[in-house]
Design a protein around this ligand. Sequence first.
Ligand SMILES: [Zn+2]
Length: 190
Amino acid sequence: MSIKNGAFVMPGDKLGIIEQYLLGKGTYEDNGEIKSSVLGNVQIDSKMRTITVKAKSSQPALLKLGDTVYGQITDIKTQRANVNIDCLTDSSRPLALPYMGAIHISQAKSGYLDKLTDAFRIGDIVKAKVVKITGDNVDLATVDEDCGVLKAMCTRCRDYMNTTQKENEVQCRTCKKKEKREVSINYVNS
Ligand SMILES: [Zn+2]
C-alpha cells in the first residue's frame, strides 16, 4: 500500500499503516491504519517518515459552542480534568483538529463537588458539552444529566466498572473496588 505524495484524500481515507509513518497533522490512527481526518493533499516527509494531510478548504467538524463530544480523561489536577476529545456525539465525521478539552471543577456537576477525583479518574470515557473554545483548547461541562462518565476505569486494576444501587457510585467488575464518579444517565454497564 503506497499513497503518493500530493494525492488528494478525503476524511476517513486510508493512507497507510502505522508501521510506515509517524502521524502528522490531518491524520489519525484507526485500528493500526493511518487515515486522513481532513479533505486535502497528502504530504510525505520521507526523511522524518511523517505523513500529513494539508487541509484543502474548510475543515470538517470544527467544534462549536453547545456541541456534545465523547472523550477520555487523560489527567486530573485540583481544578481541572483534562480530556482528549475523540469525536462529536452526533456526527461520524472526524474532528478537524486534535482538540484538548478541560472540565473545570465548577463545571463537573450541578451540586457541590469536594474534589475532582470524586467525579473522574484517568481513563474514564465521558460525554461532555462544549462551553467555551479558545483556539484548539476547549472548556467542557458535564453538568447535564446525560453528560458525565459513560464508562469508568478502575484505579486499581484498570478494568471497567459498573454502576451500583447507590447514586454516583461504580464498582469494578474484576476486583470489586467501589469508587465515586459523576455518572451519566447514559452510563454503559458491561
Ligand atoms: Zn478493579
